[in-house]
Design a protein around this ligand. Structure first.
Ligand SMILES: Cc1ncc(COP(=O)(O)O)c(C=O)c1O
Length: 328
């Protein structure tokens, strides 16, 4: 069995115990199909299999690659491509139940042309991203039905609310968005109301299913919120240079999604992150060759930089999981 000290660095590392705890905690809060885990946050079919072992058989995807990879891994019971596509032909005839999010006539036509049978009407509930205007949702559902598609219901991602630190404001924005989604749902019909994320999983009481993803591995940004999930992934790096004032580790911008801030280090402070380096100060004496754990601030884009993740139990490396859903 390999030890963490044997790993090539930089390396994405997942703490098996922390992951397991996060999965169990969420499965207790949102059992079975109440949670539709979003695989964009980990892009790893091995991790998705652990989510399935906790009772979740429905998944959300953000890219065609994620849908195809999940289907190929035997995880295609019920896959939602929670994103708009104008050419769905790669999904034609795959061995999976696939539902597409649609927010325009064009995306409805793309679904129908590819032989997709089921769609969700994606409604804009306040996030300046995809989703049709709420008032147009009913008409779009009628159009989809006229093209032979089954409309399972609505989707409306309140992404502008999930990242609000103030719990009260977050709850308020979520409630506001869900009121919009409920109204659109009344015009659309169907059984499904798909929404939510890690930031709102506990107070979205409108959605029939919550599309949370980050809860599994977590990151610095979400760790500040006081959710019952802990950070389960870090980038292991080696100190390659020191000068008595600061130290430099061999993991940089090409290892971390930085849109939610720099990675952090225990007992120290990260100063600069450049292409291949992180410069930091530490309260502990640091030597060339030391291993350090750098904690990502945004897990989704961080994972997408890595080809594989090493799974550890304490300091033992117990598994190696391909990040096999990378790409588009
Ligand atoms: C469509 C959609 N649903 C749900 C989520 C929730 O993800 P998370 O749990 O990581 O906040 C996201 C994240 O960006 C998303 O794009």
């Amino acid at each position: 069995m390999k030890n963490i000290y044997d790993l090539p660095t930089p390396a994405l590392v997942i703490d098996a115990a922390a992951l397991e705890k996060n999965l169990a905690t969420m499965a207790a809060a949102l059992p079975g199909s109440r949670l539709r885990p979003h695989v964009k946050a980990h892009k790893c079919t091995e991790l998705a299999k652990r989510q399935r072992a906790h009772g979740h058989t429905t998944f959300a995807c953000a890219t065609m690659r994620e849908v195809l990879g999940m289907a190929a891994a035997g995880l295609g019971d019920d896959l939602l491509l929670a994103n708009e596509v104008l050419d769905a032909s790669p999904l034609s005839g795959i061995d999976a139940r696939v539902t597409l999010a649609v927010d325009s006539d064009e995306t409805v036509v793309a679904a129908a042309n590819a032989g997709i049978r089921e769609v969700l009407i994606d409604v804009n509930v306040g996030l300046p991203r995809c989703g049709c205007p709420p008032k147009k949702a009913g008409r779009l559902a009628d159009f989809a039905r006229s093209r032979g598609l089954t409309v399972r219901g609505v989707m409306g991602y309140e992404g502008h609310a999930v990242t609000i630190k103030n719990r009260f404001v977050r709850r308020l924005l979520c409630a506001w968005s869900m009121r919009t989604l409920r109204r659109a749902h009344a015009d659309v019909g169907g059984d499904t109301v798909s929404a939510g994320g890690t930031g709102t999983y506990a107070h979205n009481d409108t959605a029939t299913e919550i599309q949370a993803g980050s809860y599994a591995l977590m990151d610095n940004a979400y760790a500040k919120y006081g959710f019952p999930f802990e950070r389960a992934a870090f980038v292991l790096a080696t100190v390659i240079s020191t000068n008595g004032h600061y130290a430099v580790a061999n993991a940089g911008l090409k290892c971390f999604g930085m849109d939610h801030g720099k990675p952090t280090i225990d007992n120290g402070r990260v100063w600069i992150v450049s292409d291949e380096h992180t410069t930091f100060t530490s309260r502990a004496k640091t030597y060339v060759g030391d291993l350090v754990r750098l904690w990502p601030s945004h897990i989704d884009p961080t994972v997408a930089y890595h080809e594989r993740a090493f799974v550890i139990d304490g300091e033992n490396v117990v598994d190696e999981w391909p990040i096999d859903l990378r790409g588009w």
